[in-house]
Design a protein around this ligand. Structure first.
Ligand SMILES: Nc1nc2c(ncn2[C@@H]2O[C@H](COP(=O)(O)OP(=O)(O)O)[C@@H](O)[C@H]2O)c(=O)[nH]1
Ligand SMILES: [Mg+2]
Length: 180
């Protein structure tokens, strides 16, 4: 029996919940490369991802999803293309409490445009419990301008079920037969 290995990429700004989401969903102890934050990031949190996060989600006995998180800071952007190699889909997490999450959306769509030429996208908006605007309609409006209509969910990245919903939506847009 054949096993399917899929690689999914998590991207988004510092603090959006990439490391947390991968830890929440992974069936193995996740690999993290967090280091003490030394710069501007310190205003948002104590530790930040410097290379990547890695986890594995076993969907069924034949299907494994490898989860790769990218570092949020732009000074580590050389890792973005490296981590994206071979990815079949992109999970973009956006932090609703940041100064301008709509600009974050546009920035990451541009930064990951190579991957998005061949792989589908799903959007997870985090921390809506702390700040409820902008809503998903507003994000959808920006995405329309890029000619994109990905699934958009408000999620809490600490909640396994929320993260799983994102991953299933992404896999479903790759293979609509998956859920049957
Ligand atoms: N209140 C709230 N906190 C969240 C939510 N999602 C993530 N967090 C917290 O925000 C922080 C995100 O950090 P992290 O996962 O390191 O973000 P990363 O920089 O994208 O890897 C963690 O302390 C999470 O517990 C959410 O939906 N609501
Ligand atoms: Mg991180």
């Amino acid at each position: 029996m054949r096993t399917y290995d899929n690689k999914i990429i998590f991207a988004g700004p510092v603090g959006a919940g990439k490391t947390t989401a991968i830890a929440a969903i992974s069936d193995i102890e996740p690999v993290r490369t967090d280091a003490a934050a030394s710069d501007m990031t310190l205003q948002r949190k104590q530790e930040t991802t410097v290379a990547l996060d890695y986890g594995v989600l076993r969907l069924d006995e034949h299907t494994k999803v490898h989860l790769y998180g990218t570092p949020g800071q732009e000074r580590f952007d050389f890792m973005w293309d490296i981590v994206s190699q071979g990815g079949i889909g992109l999970v973009l997490l956006l932090d609703n409490t940041r100064a301008n999450p709509l600009r974050d959306l546009q920035f990451f769509l541009n930064a990951f445009s190579q991957l998005l030429k061949r792989a589908p996208l799903v959007i997870g908006v985090t921390k809506t419990d702390l700040k409820n605007a902008p809503g998903t309609d507003t994000y959808a409006g920006v995405l329309e301008k890029f000619g994109m209509r990905p699934p958009i969910f408000e999620i809490d990245s600490r909640q396994r079920e929320d993260v799983k919903q994102l991953i299933l939506a992404l896999l479903f847009s790759i293979d609509p037969g998956l859920e049957s």
